[in-house]
Write a protein that binds this ligand. Sequence first.
Ligand SMILES: NC(=O)c1ccc[n+]([C@@H]2O[C@H](COP(=O)([O-])OP(=O)(O)OC[C@H]3O[C@@H](n4cnc5c(N)ncnc54)[C@H](O)[C@@H]3O)[C@@H](O)[C@H]2O)c1
Ligand SMILES: Nc1ncnc2c1ncn2[C@@H]1O[C@H](COP(=O)(O)OP(=O)(O)OP(=O)(O)O)[C@@H](O)[C@H]1O
Length: 494
Amino acid sequence: MESERAAYAFLPQTPIKSTDAHLVEFSEAMRAVAKTLRQVAEGKAAAQAEAAEWKHKYELEKAVKAHRHNTVTKGCSNCDKEKLEKLASQLTLETTSVDPTSCCGNHEICSRQILQDECPGTNKISHDKIAARKAPFKLSWGCNGDNNGQHKHDFVSFEKGDITTAERSNKQILLKWESPPQTVLFVTKPNSNSVHALCAEMVRWLKEHNNINIFVEPRVSKELATEDSYFNFIQTWDNDEEMKTLHTKVDLIVTLGGDGTVLWAASLFKGPVPPVVAFSLGSLGFMTPFSSELYRECLDHVLKRPFGITLRSRLQCHVIYDSAKNEVDTEEPILVLNEVTIDRGMSSYLTYLECYCDSSFVTRVQGDGLIISTTSGSTAYSLAAGGSMVHPQVPGILFTPICPHSLSFRPLILPEYVTLRVQVPINSRGQAWASFDGKGRKQLGPGDALICSISPWPVPTACLVDSTTDFLRSIHEGLHWNLRKSQSFDGPVA
Ligand SMILES: NC(=O)c1ccc[n+]([C@@H]2O[C@H](COP(=O)([O-])OP(=O)(O)OC[C@H]3O[C@@H](n4cnc5c(N)ncnc54)[C@H](O)[C@@H]3O)[C@@H](O)[C@H]2O)c1
Ligand SMILES: Nc1ncnc2c1ncn2[C@@H]1O[C@H](COP(=O)(O)OP(=O)(O)OP(=O)(O)O)[C@@H](O)[C@H]1O
């Protein structure tokens, strides 16, 4: 404070003409020094006050514990209110009025009540002291002032200005029907006799045992109808417009196949997706935890009881062509459950891509290409290109180069709320190709770009046990993660 006063005292002694730039600068600098000195002094005072308060709290707690110990060891039959009041009055911290009926359950003093931070009462001085120290603030989610009203109370709570992540967002999500599901959509791997036979069997069983309405893809509808007129009750769709309304009719999706069938089922839904129960009839089956042999028990369970789901985020991708950049983009986004890949396709040239994250430049990719993956896709192509395996409930986007011609291009994981732009530079030698969950290739020429961000429509997949158990089981049993012979017992002792 002395130094600050000296700095201010010095200011009037230096008459400044507004034309004298050096002196103006000097005077500004002096003001800055004065301000910093004041802040340091205030900081020190605040730290001392806080330390004193903590010491005080500690002493108070000690006194309360000692009192409690005495009362318990003496076997008191009633809460010693008088003693407690005396003890509280000796303390400078504000105390709550102690309600003997609420604290006397065990005839002990409720120290938590005494030590509460915000406690209305009569000790005005100490209350003011606490209020002055604690500047209230709010944090909100939303970027660039765009408050879209999407609050994430499940992840961070801001009680009284204290940031806490005690409430985690990755708790297992449970799906509980409020009224019984009535309609099931079957999505099946094509060209497989065993899948076809199982589909027919499951449809029969669901109709006869649960009176469920059934939807199947047009191809399967034709197959079943020609096979047996019994299946005439099965419904399907005739065109894309009808397909777009499927989510309003279907309660549950059953997939029979491998991971590709789950990807296919997800791709039928450009918006909300009903819960998916994935039966394993493929080879790897990373996302297909249910055994087809136990389909009766499994379907009975998911139709009648609450079950765990994994909310698998999807990426929504837009291709912006240089030739059409002035036109309004009317194309619907392409939604992917695994990843979008931008690679060199048939070209033998190096892919050259410029990448941006929101408005920041990320890097140039010079190699075979780039994978932008969801966390569900982290165990697919991204894994093969050296990306990390990520639990599907982790909110993030993976940025994994394919064979980069660079010694230091490590894969990244970015937060889920960013928008990525991958652009083929105008001076690029060749073309690039984008593919979506390994399908639907689109050519990108110089100046064309791909924009992607997390879609608001995730794919809820039913868990066999829970998200984490299922994920670990898949990496162990499907990918044989970290499989190694165990070290023998005998050998040198460390
Ligand atoms: N080099 C590679 O590893 C490579 C190359 C191209 C495509 N793919 C992956 O194939 C996917 C398309 O799958 P498909 O079944 O239609 O094609 P596919 O029949 O070629 O199968 C690819 C393999 O990837 C597995 N797979 C798919 N999604 C997975 C996931 N999320 N986690 C773990 N494994 C997964 C499948 O089980 C299958 O064994 C693409 O999205 C891409 O991720 C991988
Ligand atoms: N209903 C469908 N219509 C058209 N194509 C489909 C359908 N279901 C799956 N496919 C395609 O069939 C291919 C094989 O399917 P899938 O991946 O499910 O079987 P798999 O390869 O035997 O199993 P896994 O992926 O577990 O190794 C995939 O490319 C997938 O896109």
